[in-house]
Design a protein. Structure first.
Length: 145
């Protein structure tokens, strides 16, 4: 496949994306595993929980939210640094996570998603037999005898 690279056109595209107000803002994320759960914390201060949408499709988790400041006509804005509008974040979920049992809580501007580790991905003990020792397999038939 042949591709043409035009650096100035690419710079124009990037500048347009950065300056566009329609562009969804990224949501800051922390993620960690604690025991048999995976936690994802997303900062969404000032967002009404009814305006947060969490979806999972195959291995992609998507969080979308909207924050809007309703300004009165007589408001004289002195400073407006807090981003308004649409926010989104997509995360890829590993096969070891149980996508069917995700829970979400929203507290003090932080959305916390809890994803259980799938049963088959949990650590398990493997018995080690010594070389030359007989390995006894217990079956339902041998128990009945």
């Amino acid at each position: 496949m042949l591709m043409r690279f035009e650096p100035f056109r690419e710079l124009d595209r990037i500048t347009e994306e950065l300056l566009s107000e329609r562009r969804a803002h990224s949501i800051p994320v922390d993620a960690y595993r604690r025991g048999n759960e995976f936690k994802i914390l997303l900062d969404l201060p000032g967002v009404d929980p009814r305006l947060i949408d969490v979806t999972v499709e195959k291995d992609v988790l998507t969080v979308r939210a909207t924050r809007a400041w309703v300004r009165a006509e007589e408001d004289q804005i002195q400073m407006a640094e807090r981003p308004q509008g649409d926010f989104s974040r997509q995360l890829f979920l590993g096969e070891s996570l149980d996508r069917e049992h995700i829970t979400a809580t929203y507290d003090n501007g932080v959305l916390t998603l809890t994803i259980p580790v799938a049963e088959e991905a949990k650590p398990r003990k493997v018995e080690i037999a010594r070389a030359g020792d007989e390995v006894h397999v217990v079956t339902a038939a041998s128990i009945a005898e």
